[in-house]
Design a protein around this ligand. Structure first.
Ligand SMILES: [Zn+2]
Length: 270
């Protein structure tokens, strides 16, 4: 049963990877759906869910009771939308009509982000959280444009990078142990001192920023020529290998949609 479900999930993810940019993955948590199979969804480009959402991390306004999760399965799904901006990508993680934006791309990217929100059936009002993986201009370039569109949203970044982020709003510092929108923040220094990744543990999605790079359907290590401290950056790869996730999303390169943490483990050991 478990194996079959996992297989179906992987196949579904693989199919979605071929079909388009929007991919939904499911929590590996216990399932309360007696049928154990798919249910109807309404969001375009999504895969039906048979799992409940993670409700254990708490700490923000998105907390939902398990009972509610079983009756609103569609809102429990976590999906991502890639915002492909030439050589760099930003990502939208969303569930239940709410979204977190991870990175903002180069300057002038707000319209592309808005279009990607629309493809996911969302709009600016959906965005309650903007998370910056690190200070580099290809990740924070549109932060003011974005924050002007979402004045009620909270902006976050790793503390050591914040002094070098040129934004009208000073980001709130986050690091290990912090959760934003049920996403776990993982400090991953090296590429920059304040680099952070975010993990949706329930859905199995890691947004890796520039801690690693997507390459040929797999993952490769941080580029020494762009890392402030390559030894620290390699240590961070080892740290990220210790978590479990199916999907890894990178600032540069194509996402890994299957067995991503195994690929990162292999990279860390190599
Ligand atoms: Zn960078």
């Amino acid at each position: 049963m478990t194996t079959q479900r996992l297989l179906n999930r992987r196949m579904a993810i693989a199919e979605m990877g071929k079909a388009g940019l929007a991919v939904v993955v499911f929590g590996a948590a216990a399932c309360s759906d007696p049928a154990g199979t798919v249910s109807t969804t309404t969001a375009p480009g999504t895969i039906p869910s048979n799992t409940a959402l993670a409700d254990s991390t708490g700490g923000d306004a998105t907390t939902t009771s398990p009972a509610a999760a079983t009756t609103t399965a569609a809102s429990a799904m976590t999906a991502f939308q890639r915002v492909s901006l030439d050589f760099v990508s930003a990502y939208i993680l969303y569930r239940g009509g709410e979204a977190a934006l991870v990175d903002t791309g180069v300057e002038g990217s707000a319209s592309a982000i808005e279009a990607a929100l629309g493809e996911a059936g969302l709009d600016w009002d959906s965005v309650g959280h903007v998370i910056l993986t690190h200070k580099h201009p290809d990740h924070v370039g549109s932060v003011d444009e974005v924050m002007n569109q979402v004045p009620g949203a909270t902006l976050y970044a790793g503390a050591p990078d914040i002094p070098q982020i040129d934004s009208a709003i000073v980001p709130q510092p986050v690091g290990d142990g912090d959760h934003v929108f049920d996403l776990e923040v993982i400090a991953s220094p090296g590429h920059t001192a304040g680099h952070i990744c975010v993990l949706d543990a329930a859905a199995g999605i890691l947004v890796a920023g520039d801690a690693m790079v997507g390459a040929n359907g797999g993952v490769t290590g941080p580029d020494p020529s762009f890392a402030e401290d390559i030894d620290l950056a390699l240590d961070s790869v080892g740290k990220l290998a210790a978590f479990s996730y199916e999907v890894a999303l990178f600032g540069h390169g194509e996402p890994v949609l299957e067995d991503a943490s195994a690929a990162v483990s292999a990279l860390a050991e190599g």
